[in-house]
Design a protein around this ligand. Structure first.
Ligand code: UDX
Length: 429
C-alpha cells in the first residue's frame, strides 16, 4: 500500500519505518527542514536501538520518503496522524496540531477512498472532530476516520511495533477496519476491533492502569520502609499471583516520559469534565510526585555533604529522552540546596545540557562522575551501572555512599562491601 505519516516523533518515525520494512511505499511529512534533511540522510534524530539500520535499509530501498509537502496524501490509501498532544496546564490534551493537520489532510485527499487514522493519543471524541473538519474542507471526499492507538515503548520501540501484544483498530465501518487489518497483516498480535470511542479510550486506560501499577508499587515501597519490610519480597509475593503478575510493578523514583504523566492527567481531566470522580487517578499522580520528593529527602538525609555524582538522567534506560524524567525534577531541588552535581548518562547528556547548561557538570564516563564524590545517586537503571565493578566504585568515591532510586544492587552485598546504601522500599544498610 501507499501510506503517509504526518509526524516523525517516536511513534510516527518508528511505525513508518516498520511499514516500509513490510514492503509498503511510505511518505513521512514533517515541517522542520533541518530534521527532514537528517532523516533523508539516515540520521533518525532520536536514539532508539536498531532504528538507524531499519531507517537506512528502507531509504536505500526507496520505499521511505521524507517531505514537507502534503502532496503525498493524495496518493495514499491510509494517512496516519502521529503528531504530539502535549498537556495544557489543566492536564487537558492540546489538540491544536492534530486538528490543523486534519485540515491539511482534508485539502490534499485524492479521488480514491482513504482512511485517515489517528495514532496520536487523543481524548474520546477527537476522531469525530477530525472527521467533521475534513468534511468541512472537502464536501465530497471518499474517506473514513479510524483510531489506531500505538503502544510502543521507547527503548524497545521496534520490537513493540513488529511484535505487539495487540493491534487496536477503532472505526465507523467495516470498510475502514478491513483496510487497516490488511495493512497490519505482516505484524503479530491479537486484533481488537471496535468503535472509534472504544479505541480512543483503550489507549488512555492502558497507560493509566500501567501508571497505577507503578504508583501502587511505590506506595508499597513507602510502607515497606515504614514497617521494616523489603519491597522486593513483598512485590514478588503478590506478583506471583497470576491474576496480578509482576510485570510493571517495579518501585523506583516514579514514572516519567512523554506518555504516563500526560495521559493519566488527560484521562483525569476527561472524567472530571464528565462529572466522574477521578480520585483513583488523582492518587496515582499524587504518589508519583510524592515519591520524587521523598527520594530528594532521602538524598539530603543520607548525603549531607554536597559534592555528589549522578548516574542516569533519561526517564528510563535505552533512551535519550528526558521528558518528565524524575532525575530532572530531583536535580532541580538539589540545586536549590546548593548541591554540586556531576552527572553521567550514556545517551541523554546532550539533551540535559541544552536545559541545565552549566548548572551542573557533565562526565564522559560513569567512573568519572563517581570520582572523589561524597555520594553517588542512581536515577536510571542502565545496564552499565548494574554491571559496574563495585570494588572500583568504592575506590573512586570519596565516601562510599550510594542512594539508588532503582534498586539495582543487593543491600546485604553493599553492606558487606562497606557501602552506606539507601534504596527504595528496603532498609538503608
Ligand atoms: C509507555 C507505555 O509503556 C507504552 O505502551 C506507550 O505507548 C507509551 O508510554 P514509555 O513511556 O516509552 O512507554 O516507557 P515505559 O517503559 O512504559 O516506562 C514509563 C516510566 O515508568 C519510566 O519512567 C519507567 O522508569 C517507569 N517504570 C516502568 C517504573 O517506574 N516501574 C515499572 O515497573 C515500569
Amino acid at each position: 500500500m501507499t501510506i503517509t505519516f504526518v509526524g516523525h516523533g517516536y511513534v510516527g518515525l518508528v511505525t513508518a519505518c516498520v511499514f516500509a520494512d513490510l514492503g509498503n511505499e511510505v511518505y513521512v511529512i514533517g515541517h522542520t527542514t533541518e530534521k527532514l534533511n537528517k532523516l533523508k540522510n539516515g540520521d533518525p534524530i532520536i536514539y532508539e536501538p536498531g532504528l538507524q539500520e531499519v531507517l537506512k535499509r528502507n531509504l536505500d530501498s526507496k520505499r521511505l520518503h521524507f517531505t514537507n509537502s502534503y502532496e503525498a496524501v493524495n496518493k495514499s490509501e491510509v494517512v496516519f496522524i502521529a503528531v504530539g498532544t502535549p498537556p495544557k496546564p489543566s492536564g487537558e490534551a492540546d489538540l491544536s496540531t492534530v486538528l490543523e493537520v486534519a485540515q491539511q489532510i482534508g485539502k490534499n485527499l485524492g479521488n480514491h477512498y482513504t482512511v485517515v487514522s489517528c495514532k496520536s493519543t487523543v481524548p474520546v471524541g477527537t476522531n469525530r472532530k477530525i472527521e467533521a473538519i475534513i468534511k468541512e474542507v472537502v464536501k465530497t471526499a471518499d474517506f473514513d476516520v479510524a483510531s489506531v492507538p500505538e503502544f510502543l515503548r521507547e527503548g524497545s520501540a521496534l520490537k513493540d511495533t513488529f511484535e505487539p501484544d495487540r493491534i487496536v483498530i477503532g472505526a465507523n465501518n467495516e470498510k475502514a477496519t478491513n483496510l487497516l487489518l490488511k495493512l497490519h497483516e505482516g505484524l503479530t498480535g491479537e486484533r481488537v476491533t471496535g468503535t472509534l470511542e472504544s479505541a480512543e479510550l483503550i489507549k488512555y486506560a492502558a497507560n493509566s492502569i500501567l501508571a497505577t501499577k507503578i504508583s501502587f508499587a511505590n506506595l508499597i515501597a513507602l510502607l515497606s520502609e515504614k514497617v521494616g519490610a523489603n519491597v522486593e519480597e513483598v512485590l514478588t509475593g503478590i506478583g506471583l499471583d497470576r491474576r496480578i503478575g509482576n510485570i510493571f510493578l517495579s518501585p523506583g523514583v516514579g514514572y516519567g516520559g512523554s506518555c504516563f504523566p500526560k495521559d493519566v492527567m488527560a484521562l483525569t481531566h476527561i472524567g472530571t469534565t464528565l462529572g466522574v470522580d477521578m480520585g483513583l487517578l488523582h492518587g496515582v499522580t499524587d504518589i508519583n510526585l510524592a515519591i520524587k520528593d521523598l527520594f530528594y529527602e532521602k538524598i539530603k538525609a543520607t548525603a549531607p555533604d554536597k559534592n555528589i555524582g549522578v548516574w542516569g538522567l533519561s526517564f528510563k534506560p535505552d533512551t535519550d529522552d528526558i521528558r518528565e524524567a524524575p532525575a530532572f525534577y530531583v536535580i532541580g531541588k538539589l540545586l536549590e540546596d546548593d548541591y554540586q552535581i556531576t552527572a553521567y548518562d550514556p545517551e541523554a547528556t546532550e539533551n540535559v545540557k541544552r536545559l541545565l547548561r552549566d548548572k551542573i557538570s557533565y562526565s564522559d564516563s560513569a567512573a568519572d562522575a563517581a570520582k572523589d564524590k561524597d555520594a553517588l545517586i542512581i536515577f536510571t537503571e542502565w545496564n552499565e551501572f548494574k554491571q559496574f565493578d563495585l570494588n572500583e566504585l568504592k575506590k573512586l568515591l570519596k565516601k562510599p555512599v550510594i542512594i539508588d532510586g532503582r534498586n539495582i544492587y543487593e543491600p546485604k552485598k553493599m553492606k558487606d562491601m562497606g557501602f552506606t546504601y539507601a534504596s527504595v522500599g528496603r532498609k538503608t544498610t
